[in-house]
Design a protein around this ligand. Structure first.
Ligand SMILES: NC(=O)c1ccc[n+]([C@@H]2O[C@H](COP(=O)([O-])OP(=O)(O)OC[C@H]3O[C@@H](n4cnc5c(N)ncnc54)[C@H](OP(=O)(O)O)[C@@H]3O)[C@@H](O)[C@H]2O)c1
Length: 326
């Protein structure tokens, strides 16, 4: 698979990474650990060298990622994240320097490694100056415990302030055909500063693949039950998008998921999306998205088609929206 550079500090990753969250967290019942390890290893065997986890995805998530990747640890980039109270996103932020340090130690242990390649702040903490967060990660880098610094869903002002203290290698925020807000201020700032971008939920949490319809019922523990965009009415209204995507996909002899990923890769050469899946055949399908080379004309046609329809439903409920873009 093609490699991409994120930031200007030397990080190079596969153009598509693997988002590991859904293997054991957020989207219903966790996978059996051995099955999850198998998926992670299949991703590596098919060319993925960039793996995404977080303290907030639960102990099991980092542990399975660490175990899966241990045979080829030196060949891969492992990204994880700190910054919630007791590692629980429902408890609010905690980026006190002592917590960042404690999470780093715990993550190193769970990931069975002596260095975290990319350490993101999961959400900006309104109570801790971003300079102190950047300074703490800078110290961890100097101590050899972390290689690169990242932020997630941070606003431009925080990115600029952090970058002055410790260069930011990558920003990870939601970005996809149906969530384009980063185009307004974030992408121009990243381009100016030489920071890479890692779009999360690049498949719209599954919706952009066409596999989710108004008739889909999610398990009671599935996080998508909380998202306005996934209400039954909004899924029904947004189905038009999938119809458009399916037409474009068939013209390109590809699937909607592959077009959604190819569209992201075509935006900038310093973008590396991290789709997630629990299924081998979908993993292979998604990896095929890295070979979809869309021209500027293709991208324009997709944008034109999408601009004819309004996407219904907020991506987050109000209490979660409050924590983003700070
Ligand atoms: N920084 C943050 O705050 C943040 C927030 C959310 C996510 N993330 C990261 O981003 C990663 C990816 O995001 P995500 O998992 O939310 O969303 P995503 O990658 O957009 O979509 C994942 C969903 O799509 C389904 N899917 C995947 N490939 C498919 C295909 N080819 N056909 C049909 N369905 C398919 C998966 O179901 P199956 O498992 O059934 O295939 C899963 O439910 C996460 O794993 C996590 O590492 C970060």
């Amino acid at each position: 698979m093609e490699k991409r550079r994120l930031g200007t500090q030397g990080l190079e990753v596969s153009a598509l990474g693997l988002g590991c969250m859904g293997l054991s967290f957020a989207y219903g019942t966790a996978m059996d650990k051995q099955q999850a390890i198998k998926i992670v290893r299949e991703a590596y065997e098919q060319g993925i060298t960039f793996f995404d986890t977080a303290e907030a995805y639960g102990i099991a998530n980092e542990e399975l990622v660490g175990e899966a990747l241990s045979p080829f640890r030196k060949e891969v980039t492992i990204a994880t994240k700190f910054g919630f109270k007791d590692g629980n996103a429902l408890n609010g932020q905690d980026s006190r320097p002592e917590n960042i340090r404690a999470v780093a130690e715990e993550s190193l242990r769970r990931l069975k490694t002596d260095v975290i390649d990319l350490f993101y702040q999961h959400r900006v903490d309104p109570n801790i100056p971003i300079e102190d967060v950047a300074g703490t990660v800078k110290d961890l880098i100097q101590e050899g415990k972390v290689k690169y610094f990242g932020l997630s869903e941070a606003g431009v002002e925080s990115i600029r302030k952090a970058h002055l203290v410790q260069p930011v290698t990558a920003l990870q925020s939601e970005y996809s055909i149906w969530w384009r807000e980063p185009e307004l201020e974030i992408l121009p700032a990243l381009e100016e500063l030489g920071i890479g971008f890692v779009p999360f939920s690049p498949l719209g949490r599954g919706f952009l693949t066409g596999a989710i319809t108004e008739n889909t019922s999610f398990e009671s523990t599935d996080f998508r039950n909380n998202l306005p965009r996934f209400s039954e009415d909004n899924r029904k209204a947004n189905q038009k998008l999938i119809d458009l995507l399916s037409v474009i996909a068939s013209q390109k002899n590809a699937t909607p998921a592959q077009i959604a990923l190819g569209w992201l890769l075509a935006q900038k050469p310093w973008i590396a999306p991290i789709p997630g899946t629990t299924k081998s055949h979908r993993l292979t399908e998604n990896i095929g998205g890295a070979s979809i080379h869309l021209s500027a004309d293709d991208v324009r046609k997709i944008d034109d088609a999408f601009s004819q329809t309004t996407i219904q439903g907020d991506r987050y409920p109000a209490h979660l929206q409050k924590a983003v873009g700070k």
